[in-house]
Ligand binder design. Structure first.
Ligand SMILES: Cc1cc2nc3c(=O)[nH]c(=O)nc-3n(C[C@H](O)[C@H](O)[C@H](O)COP(=O)(O)OP(=O)(O)OC[C@H]3O[C@@H](n4cnc5c(N)ncnc54)[C@H](O)[C@@H]3O)c2cc1C
Length: 385
């Protein structure tokens, strides 16, 4: 089915990203996977190209674009090429809305130009060893100093994408206990400078996929965080998360659309090439039927992701809409990629083949940004259940 979500501006941007990946990313991506992340300067290169700052207002050195569709284009092109831009997507797709919506003017002046140029890379730390799905249970604590000038931050976070190279981390912490009426009360977001004394990066976590994106443990021991680095209001952290997790989930849904489409293309090419019992794998009726099912499912994923993208650009994507899009697009992408891998036989299990990496990379999309089960609880709540 004809897609209607992109216009000529997006197509021109797509060509730029496509060429950039072919020339500057694909030839070295294998090294990044070995290293666990791209070199620090790669992010400055993305800044130079205008990719980090597309949605940063022009007065702060960005492109001033309001639409999230450019980010969707980057996701589709990286998936099609089988590469990742490290923690780019956390920096731009997850964190920018927090800075645009909750940073004050002085903070925007300090952070946004560096955000757009790649000189200040951001990560976001919600998850802790003791809590992931249940964010109200966050235990990392920040106590305001007696003179009211700074917080003293203590605790630990885990699974933090881009955490090893970040210059600033949005740390969700507890500045007051929760109340019996509201478990979500008392959470605050501090924008912690990673050069601060007491901030430490622990183990880099070994993952089954997403090898070019670092995932780190972080710890805070009496880290002094100026009150001027608090994002928005004290105690309002949970409502900020609820609001902004919708864009995070949309971006993961778009990832499901991009990776399932890429898997289908890999499978079509492979089954035409590979011969078994003297004929191409494509000649078996089973192959045709499986790929026909996959093509249909890819279009259903695309339709849902594209619709969610349009609603988001219009400011109308609800929390439940985003949960539905993430749930459906990632679960269906998992089914499609698994079937496409099966058609590769043993080669589908070998990392040299893009389908194997897609399989490993995509598995986490049903877990991070809120698990499929958590998406179902959000949707059920919206149904009044
Ligand atoms: C590669 C990677 C990158 C990540 N990047 C970041 C990051 O940058 N920043 C960050 O803060 N976090 C990040 N995360 C953490 C991620 O968001 C969490 O792993 C995720 O939210 C799940 O939390 P958990 O791992 O603690 O699982 P748990 O919460 O321990 O869940 C265990 C199981 O219980 C199920 N479950 C939980 N609650 C319910 C319920 N109410 N009903 C039914 N079943 C339920 C879950 O669905 C799951 O199956 C990342 C994780 C990974 C793997």
């Amino acid at each position: 089915m004809q897609r209607t979500v992109f216009n000529e501006d997006h197509d021109a941007f797509r060509n730029t990203i496509h060429d950039f990946i072919a020339k500057e990313v694909a030839p070295v991506h294998h090294d990044w996977e070995g290293e666990g992340h791209p070199p620090r300067d790669f992010y400055r290169r993305l800044g130079e190209l205008g990719v980090l700052g597309i949605q940063v207002p022009e007065e702060f050195g960005g492109g001033g674009e309001k639409s999230f569709k450019f980010a969707a284009v980057v996701g589709e092109e990286t998936a099609a090429a089988g590469v990742s831009f490290g923690s780019y997507s956390v920096h731009t797709n997850l964190i920018l809305p927090y800075l645009l919506e909750y940073a004050n003017d002085e903070q925007k002046q300090r952070w946004l130009p560096g955000f757009a140029s790649g000189d200040i890379m951001f990560a976001i730390a919600m998850t802790e060893p003791g809590t992931g799905s249940d964010l109200a249970n966050i235990a990392t604590s920040a106590k305001l100093s007696a003179d009211g000038t700074h917080y003293v931050l203590n605790g630990a976070k885990t699974f933090i994408t881009g955490g090893a190279l970040a210059d600033r981390v949005l740390v969700v912490c507890r500045t007051a206990p929760s109340t019996p009426e509201d478990r979500r009360a008392g959470l605050t977001i501090l924008v912690v400078d990673t050069a601060s004394e007491g901030f430490a990066v622990g183990r880099k976590i070994e993952k089954i996929g997403l090898k070019a994106s670092d995932t780190a443990e972080l710890s805070f021991t009496d880290v002094s965080v100026p009150v001027t680095d608090r994002l928005g209001d004290e105690g309002a952290g949970f409502s900020y998360l609820t609001h902004n997790l919708a864009q995070e989930r949309l971006s993961i849904a778009l990832g499901g659309s991009a990776t399932s489409a890429a898997a289908l293309q890999h499978a079509i090419a492979y089954v035409k090439e590979r011969k078994v019992f003297g004929k191409p794998v494509a000649a078996f009726q089973n192959t045709k039927f499986v790929l026909a099912e996959c093509a249909t499912e890819v279009e259903a994923i695309q339709l849902m992701a594209d619709r969610a993208l349009e609603l988001h650009d219009a400011g109308e994507l609800t929390v439940a809409d985003a949960a539905k899009a993430k749930l459906f697009c990632t679960e269906a992408a998992g089914r499609v990629i698994d079937k496409c891998l099966q058609l590769h036989g043993g080669y589908g299990y070998i990392l040299e083949y893009p389908i194997a990496r897609l399989y490993a990379d995509t598995r986490v999309s049903r877990i991070y940004g809120g698990t499929s089960e958590v998406m179902k609880t959000i949707i059920a709540k919206d149904l009044g259940l």
